[in-house]
Write a new protein. Structure first.
Length: 300
């Protein structure tokens, strides 16, 4: 972790953790970053739900293999098949209100829930999560200073179980939506996904991607969305922007370089897409090459 000054605090605000009677772990944080810093954590084999209720977007690098961005008023579910490394970066002045709920198969008290978690933690994945109005309201209530003691514990339990139910419902819907897809075709979809990720700067065409795996374009479109959870080119755009943000923050890329390296022909189109996804301009995200080099050395 990089620090601007020795022994100086990295952030100011609230952070609290709680172990619930159900065996779930809850962490709430409402922090403002005082100095640029990198944070690295390890998630045990678990299902982890993270909700950004307010503030700056947060991007997590998961095992240096995939990235996921958590913008304000959004949530994600991380299924960690094994101990998983999570890294994130924060800039001075950024603030966010984050709720994290973790369910480990070995810790939850409900045997049926433990069995469900164990069965679904076969692959490390991070997916966006839709929140009901009720779950969102409960999440905000956790930060109320008046909810302490027994009331606070019961509210945390209710909120955690509600969000966990949202994830399980989404998983069941996903399983149902892909039950008609042969495992051979799922493997083909994963090949297309991997090709997109490894060639972010290339100009991809749906007909070429379909031909590579022996599918029609309409079949690829429908099955990709069912298996991956997003249409082909929405997935590609999100991965391009995630990679560009990482380059701007950690590798000293200019905005023009970021646009070029991830396949945008025009920097203006890239800037518009970036602002739409993260809520900030790419220029405000960029660090100079000297800063990026210093941070990398400090992290080592």
């Amino acid at each position: 972790m990089a620090r601007a000054q020795e022994d100086s605090p990295l952030a100011a605000g609230l952070i609290a953790t709680q172990k619930l009677s159900s065996g779930l772990n809850v962490c709430v944080s409402d922090l403002t970053t005082l100095h640029d810093n990198d944070r690295i954590g390890l998630a045990r084999r678990s299902l982890t739900i993270a909700v950004n209720l307010h503030g700056s977007p947060v991007t997590y690098a998961i095992d240096d293999d995939q990235t996921v961005s958590l913008v304000a008023e959004s949530a994600m579910a991380l299924s960690a098949a094994d101990d998983t490394r999570m890294a994130s970066s924060y800039r001075r002045g950024e603030s966010s209100r984050i709720l994290v709920i973790q369910a480990c198969p070995v810790s939850v008290m409900d045997a049926e829930l433990a069995e469900h978690l164990d069965a679904h933690l076969q692959e490390t994945t991070a997916k966006s999560l839709s929140l009901s109005c009720r779950a969102r309201a409960l999440s905000h209530e956790l930060f109320s200073p008046g909810h302490t003691g027994l009331v606070g514990r019961l509210l945390a339990e209710s909120c955690a179980l509600e969000l966990l139910a949202c994830v399980i419902t989404a998983q069941q819907a996903q399983n149902k939506s892909t039950s008609w897809i042969h495992s051979r075709d799922i493997a083909k979809i994963h090949r297309v996904r991997d090709k997109l990720i490894s060639n972010l700067d290339a100009e991809h065409h749906l007909c070429d991607l379909a031909r590579d795996v022996g599918m029609s374009t309409s079949t690829l479109k429908s099955k990709f969305a069912a298996v991956i959870g997003r249409p082909v080119f929405q997935f590609l755009r999100d991965k391009r922007l995630d990679r560009a943000r990482d380059g701007l923050q950690h590798e000293g890329w200019t905005v023009s370089q970021a646009a070029y390296y991830v396949g945008y022909r025009h920097a203006s189109n890239f800037a518009t897409a970036f602002r739409r996804r993260y809520g900030v301009a790419p220029t405000s995200t960029r660090r100079s090459p000297r800063e990026a080099s210093f941070r990398a050395q400090a992290a080592e």
